[in-house]
Ligand binder design. Structure first.
Ligand SMILES: [Zn+2]
Length: 329
């Protein structure tokens, strides 16, 4: 069966010294300290070690062959968003990353589809780069779950989403800059607790803020099966019902109205939970997405889904049809 993994991350093997170029800031740089491995450094601080499958398209294609998955949707690593930087510098960095992504798609058109990154902190520059991505043939973008702690329903982001809808570009929302992370550095809590909450924050903001209501043709997909949103939908709906004075202030439509109107990936590591997600989000809205090549990802590329004994038509939807619907409409 044809398979597309719609949630994977990639970096150029070599990054310019952006801190030196711009004269400030803890931009990510790579320290290739031994063959096949590099340390991602945020200024002088060690962020993460990556291996060649984070930058070498051929290595990745080989690893995916093992799981009979020919196509990967690639986007940058959220730490590269750099929404904190000066807008013009973030545009410069985004263009560099996007040109690299475009090159991979050009070199391996049968294996790669790319989602671009844009300087969300500046509406005009974000739309400028969005237009360029559209001309380059990108089907969509990846954005953070918040932008410098501003929620995605803030008015300054609306023209960007409006442009996405006009250009028929899909939007992948990925958790980053997790709220409260400085209060819980131990036990990897920013990743285990912060990320699912952060994704729910983005969905609730777009939904209660009326963005989804005002842009009904805009196709959002949320990482990690929507974080904690779908598992807390009962609470979210009840909150809307019992305290409309707090919740239903900008959009009168109830949260459950939007179930089946946005996409989520399958990265749950849990067949029972995935069955629930298929039930609640709808089997037309769940896409194979793994978070490869990182350790929290589903690195057997959907093997647990193949073992769930789902009907063939459902599997086809999860493995590629839903992703094509999300990306191309
Ligand atoms: Zn990811």
């Amino acid at each position: 069966m044809h398979k597309i993994d719609m949630h994977t991350h990639i970096l150029p093997e070599r990054l310019p010294d952006f801190a030196d170029k711009f004269g400030y800031g803890d931009f990510i740089h790579l320290d290739h300290h031994r063959t096949g491995f590099a340390r991602m450094m945020k200024g002088q601080t060690f962020f993460r070690e990556i291996a060649s499958n984070c930058w070498d398209p051929q290595v990745r294609i080989g690893e995916y062959l093992h799981y009979r998955t020919p196509v990967q949707v690639v986007c940058t690593i959220p730490v590269m968003f750099s929404y904190w930087a000066k807008p013009a510098d973030c545009l410069d960095l985004s263009r560099f990353l996007n040109d690299h992504l475009a090159g991979i798609v050009e070199d391996f058109p049968e294996h790669y589809i790319a989602l671009g990154t844009i300087p969300m902190q500046d509406t005009d520059l974000a739309i400028e780069e969005l237009n360029r991505l559209h001309e380059l043939g990108f089907p969509g973008i990846q954005i953070g779950s918040n932008v410098n702690q501003l929620n995605l329903n803030e008015p300054q982001f609306f023209p960007i989403f409006e442009a996405c809808q006009t250009l028929n570009m899909a939007v992948f929302v990925h958790p980053w800059e997790m709220m409260g992370q400085e209060k819980m550095p131990k036990y990897w809590l920013p990743w285990l607790v912060g990320m699912p909450a952060e994704t729910s924050r983005s969905i609730c903001s777009l939904l209660f803020g009326g963005v989804m209501e005002r842009l009904p043709k805009l196709r959002f997909c949320f990482a990690h099966a929507g974080g904690s949103f779908l598992t807390t939908i009962g609470r979210v709906q009840h909150g809307f019902d019992c305290r409309p004075d707090l919740v239903a202030v900008d959009n009168k439509m109830p949260p459950r109205h939007y179930l089946g109107k946005f996409w989520v990936d399958s990265a749950t590591h849990d067949p029972q939970l995935l069955r629930y997600i298929l039930d609640v989000a709808g089997e037309d809205k769940v896409c194979l997405g793994t978070d490869y090549p990182f350790p929290l990802g589903d690195l057997e590329i959907g093997k647990f889904i193949e073992e769930m004994k789902l009907p063939e038509p459902t599997l086809e939807k999860i493995f590629y049809k839903n992703t094509l619907d999300w990306l191309y409409g």
